[in-house]
Design a binder for this molecule. Structure first.
Ligand code: SF4
Ligand code: SF4
Length: 178
């Protein structure tokens, strides 16, 4: 099979001719300036240049995308029907689902639904793929753990009651309404 090579003509950017050492100088200047500005604030007793976590919490912008969570319906059950589409769509294969049968109207539910948060990159593909709106991106970003085992979130850890669920979509909607 013949292979054709297409040369893409890219427009010349203003910074194309900037020498690498000059970019290094500019980068160092920015870091140094921030260092002395923050040092000056610290000396004056100001505390507004950093966030003293966990006593203080950072106010996230409305569009922040946190970890994926499972929607828990009013009857206490998960909305997920274990179709496996989110598992298939996940680019890091961090979702593991074992489906099981139930006598409920939905017929299937996930007996096991695990997400390895150490591999999740908060892309939101699982939310996009779900036909039931059963997995949604929350605003929760504090998910660190001391071990690999601790970063494996099971179904009971992931379930969030639908009436307390705070998704980024809700926040975006509210901020647009304001
Ligand atoms: S947010 Fe992305 S990486 Fe994380 S579980 Fe969903 S699809 Fe996978
Ligand atoms: S796509 Fe939705 S319904 Fe299907 S397994 Fe994932 S969370 Fe459950």
């Amino acid at each position: 099979m013949a292979v054709s090579v297409v040369k893409v003509r890219r427009p010349v950017q203003p910074w194309s001719n900037v020498r690498p050492w000059w970019a290094l100088v500019v980068g160092l200047w920015v870091s140094t300036r921030h260092f002395f500005v923050n040092l000056g604030r610290f000396v004056r007793g100001s505390q507004d240049f950093t966030v003293y976590f966990p006593e203080q919490r950072f106010v996230h912008p409305p569009a922040i995308r946190g970890m994926p969570v499972l929607v828990q319906m009013e009857n206490g059950k998960e909305r997920c029907v274990a179709c496996g589409l989110c598992e298939w769509a996940c680019p890091t294969t961090c979702i593991t689902i074992f489906p099981a049968e139930t006598n409920d109207e939905v017929e299937r539910y996930p007996e096991i639904f695990d997400i390895d948060m150490s591999r999740c990159m908060f892309c939101g593909y699982c939310e996009e793929a779900c036909p039931e709106e059963a997995i949604v991106m929350s605003r929760q970003v504090e998910i660190s753990s001391y071990s690999r085992k601790g970063s494996l979130w099971h179904k009971q850890d992931l379930l969030v009651p639908v009436n307390t669920l705070k998704t980024r979509i809700d926040y975006l909607r509210n901020s647009y309404d304001r």
